[in-house]
Design a protein around this ligand. Sequence first.
Ligand code: SF4
Length: 355
Amino acid sequence: MTARRLNEVTVVNGLESTENAAVRSAITGAALHEKLAALGNETYGLQTCERYADMIAEIKHLKIERRAVVLAHNYQRPEIFEVADFIGDSLELARNARDVRDADVIVFCGVHFMAETAKVFNPDRKVLLPDLRAGCSLADSVTAEALAERKEELLKIYPDLKVVSYVNCTADVKALSDACCTSANATKIVERIDSKNILFVPDQNLANYVQGQTSKRIISWDGNCYVHHQITPEEVNKVKRAIPGIKVLAHPECRKDVLALADAVLSTSAMVRYAQESSANKFLVVTECGLSDRLLMEIPDKHFYKACKLCRFMKMITLEGTLDSLKHLRYEIELSEDVREGAKRALEKMLELSV
Ligand code: SF4
């Protein structure tokens, strides 16, 4: 699985050395305005797009100067996609972070735990997060101390217990885990890990979903993503009634009663592939709104409806912040070596088990 590479010029391996590359790949304000008009969002007026086009050109120029790459999560703002070398879900970006070569700087347009993952695989590079407030309610629901305590209790009852942590957690929680997983591979990791009893942290909805796919015992943590957890079956049913035949694609971080209404339960990048390959042309996308924006821009001949919510953390990353991050080389992610090594082991276990 590879994340979509957006910009042909600003490639990761073999960064172009001339400023002309930035100039060639720059988009005009008018072209950006036309492209973003598909989103039907009044924010993207011509003046705003002209301002963004200038920033995009400056960011592309700085990427070359700084030997930097930009990784962007699917939930980012559409204007951020314009400067991204890779766009993807957590698993894809974890792989990209591991495979980055010939770059000195990684700018991570996503949330804090994702930038930590990039640092885990790139200890000698500067990993930058444009805004340190870009956290995650789900990651905040489990601390390393609470996990260590719960693990100790459960090991007395289930001596074979293994901890599988969804990647949406901090590096020190990952370091206490036997393997990580993403929404794309959670069931596979649980099935393949060498234990019948699994403590699954921190997302209770993903844990419930996996429990429905496996005969192993899943002991879930009491956490959730506030964005997905607030989506209700009533909202989904309302759209289904209004648009007969619409295909419902839901993210497994949604509640069980919402997943029960879905035609397919998929990670964000699997949603992109599903929409591209399906013969259907109307989809209700039940996840964070950024993905619907990506779909609207990439598959303009199909119709996407948003039963979605904005993640306030993801939206803290802006073009202005990304530009400042590259200009001032801020904010740098740092990890202690023992946490980094522990998290790397759990992430590598995931990559090994998910092949
Ligand atoms: S969408 Fe949910 S899981 Fe993802 S960063 Fe936002 S709060 Fe965290």
